[in-house]
Write a protein that binds this ligand. Structure first.
Ligand SMILES: Nc1ncnc2c1ncn2[C@@H]1O[C@H](COP(=O)(O)OP(=O)(O)OP(=O)(O)O)[C@@H](O)[C@H]1O
Length: 447
């Protein structure tokens, strides 16, 4: 199996305070790691072999039944480190299988017979939390309890459950977790693994950052747990690595597993753009949908501004989904996912979308971690705000690690003439190529 060199940036950290690495030590450390990775790859053909002796057999058996037989490239590179208990920053492309990697690390560490919170996975959105919980429960197969503490109305009930019988694994959003810990529903003193998924996103939110710091330093100590950060994008990762050690979010020997460091965008995705006016956008989208005939698609729309909310306007997501419900004549179900929907409606939308052909109209809440492997097309009806947002939106397609060539995975962005330079900037930053598409023939232009 081919190996891309992972870049272990822990090698960039001074091993003792004040010490510095010379280019020589850096080179020799990298050589050492590359050699070690090759050895691991030569010997490791299956997930079972990579995890052998570390992950309980019943979990590996469940993994195989689900279809996780061969490790992805990022799993091959990270699992030997994760399963040795090393603190890790998993920095790898969207759809590379980070969830399974950190969950296997959790299952290798927890004591299935103990009733205490031993592992915590922190996620930025309810939907990602629901997804991670589902995979964890599938793997655990009732050998331990996995509880989801996600924002919504059930927290009160969960407080009594968690007190009566603490689950071994908790998957939580930052706000729900802090609410529970502060109300002393449970303690994190016996936590042995802490995972922060989409770490750059959570750190990027000024609302969540102080709570996140508490989770990292006040509720338990880095020395008593394994800490794992995951994301496809960790801007200024050397700085982040430095902060991890400096602020004691991790142990001093944290490892940065950086898979495909020079190519953040998965290479199997194709990128296109169509230049049109804002007025033409929805009709252009309709024609694209008719022409592309996606298996399933996510249509990203900008979130509603406070000003527009105050003016009583409907959110763009609703306008677009109503338009598609009226005009789209294909067989896919039009679904809507949006921040302001209540918990039950969001949960229903999210579960309905699974298993059927869909056109999901959403804001960026669907751009992080969402795993809907049947998504063949992504449409950016509005240009994302940053290159990182583009990366995560694009990464909602092409998510079947071993059958990528069977499905055409396309990201199409609708832009005005004036926005073209922004797309070019994203292209340079993320190192991908976009191709201009002719404006598709439209049945009816807006009057
Ligand atoms: N070893 C494997 N064999 C087969 N499928 C796998 C394997 N590992 C992961 N997958 C599948 O690959 C898809 C992507 O995995 P996952 O959601 O963990 O990606 P990710 O790296 O977390 O992506 P993102 O950064 O977008 O959140 C999922 O559908 C998952 O079930």
């Amino acid at each position: 199996m081919a190996v891309a060199a992972a870049f272990l940036s822990s090698s960039l950290l001074p091993t003792t305070p004040g010490s510095h690495l010379t280019p020589f030590t850096l080179r020799s450390r990298l050589r050492l790691f590359t050699r070690r990775a090759v050895v691991v790859n030569a010997a490791a053909a299956t997930l079972r072999e990579v995890c052998s002796g570390r992950v309980p057999d019943h979990v590996l058996q469940r993994a195989e039944e689900i279809g996780y037989v061969v490790p992805t490239e990022m799993q091959e590179q990270s699992l030997p480190l994760l399963l040795s208990g090393q603190d890790c920053i998993l920095h790898a492309q969207t759809g590379s299988g980070k969830t399974l990697a950190y969950l296997l690390s959790i299952f290798s560490t927890i004591d299935f017979s103990r009733s205490s919170v031993q592992a915590l996975v922190v996620v930025p959105t309810r939907e990602l939390g629901m997804q991670v919980t589902k995979v964890a429960r599938l793997l655990a197969a009732k050998a331990c309890t996995v509880m989801a503490l996600l924002d919504g109305g059930t927290l009160k009930r969960q407080k009594s459950w968690v007190k009566a019988e603490p689950p071994a694994i908790i998957v939580a959003t930052v706000a729900s977790l802090c609410q529970m810990v502060e109300r002393r529903a449970f303690s994190l003193q016996s936590m042995r693994v802490l995972v922060i998924d989409e770490v750059d996103f959570i750190f990027g939110s000024s609302k969540q950052v102080s709570s996140l710091r508490k989770i990292l330093t006040s509720y338990s100590a880095a020395s008593s747990r394994q800490t794992i950060f995951a994301s496809a994008s960790i801007p200024q990762h050397n700085r982040f690595l430095h902060d991890c050690v400096q602020h004691k979010w991790t142990k001093g020997d944290v490892v940065h597993v950086h898979v495909h460091p020079v190519q953040p965008m998965p290479s199997h995705l194709c990128h296109k753009y169509v230049i049109c006016t804002k007025k033409e956008r929805m009709h252009v989208l309709l024609s694209l949908l008719e022409r592309d005939a996606p298996k399933s698609a996510i249509i990203f729309v900008a979130g509603q501004s406070e000003r527009s909310k105050k003016a009583g306007n409907p959110p763009s997501t609703m306008v677009v989904s109503d338009f598609l419900r009226n005009e789209y004549k294909g067989s896919l179900d039009v679904m809507l996912l949006e921040e302001d929907m209540n918990f039950n409606a969001r949960a229903a939308s999210f579960s309905e979308v699974k298993g059927r052909g869909f056109l999901l109209v959403s804001t960026d809440i669907a751009s992080r971690g969402f795993d809907l492997p049947q998504t063949s097309h992504v449409y950016n009806l509005d240009l994302p705000k940053t290159a990182t947002d583009y990366l995560h939106r694009a990464g909602r397609t092409g998510r079947q690690p071993f059958s990528r060539l069977e499905l055409e995975c396309c990201v199409t962005t609708l832009i005005t003439e004036e926005e073209h330079f922004v797309l070019r900037r994203f292209q340079n930053e993320l190192k991908f190529h976009t191709q201009e598409e002719e404006l598709p023939l439209m049945n009816c232009f807006p009057g």
